[in-house]
Write a protein of this length. Structure first.
Length: 132
């Protein structure tokens, strides 16, 4: 084994960090970190959430809140891509993590539905406001 064993072991220890950093770097484009980790549903949710929150600032109803929420989701998606890539390198399957994400989304579906309805009402009010 000797030196070859040490270098091989060192490479394997450094590799998870490299993959995780690359996943976080890909996450600079909303949703691409999840795509890199082979998690398509999570990628769509991250993209729609980030872009949607930043676009909601155009309603001129609490723009600071939507900007802050967009920034928080954007940063958390980068952290999630990094952590997920670390778990994938350690042997966890992307499908298992995707299934766990689906369960979390399903668990919070009623609250997400209410939030979407409220946002829809705000958009309709904003669109109809110039007419009134």
């Amino acid at each position: 084994m000797g030196i070859e064993g040490l270098s091989r072991n060192r490479y394997q220890q450094g590799r998870p960090k490299t993959k995780a950093r690359l996943a976080a770097l890909c996450a600079l484009i909303p949703g691409m970190g999840a795509v890199y980790n082979r998690q398509n549903l999570k990628a769509v949710v991250h993209f729609v959430s980030i872009v949607g929150l930043f676009n909601l600032t155009k309603l001129h109803i609490l723009p600071g809140l939507f900007s802050l929420a967009g920034l928080v989701v954007y940063i958390s998606s980068m952290i999630d891509a990094y952590r997920t890539a670390e778990r994938l390198v350690q042997g966890e399957s992307a499908e298992a993590d995707e299934a766990r994400f689906k369960q979390q989304v399903t668990k919070h579906a009623p609250a997400l539905g209410v939030a979407l309805v409220v946002l829809g009402v705000l958009m309709v009010i904003r669109i109809l406001q110039p007419v009134a």
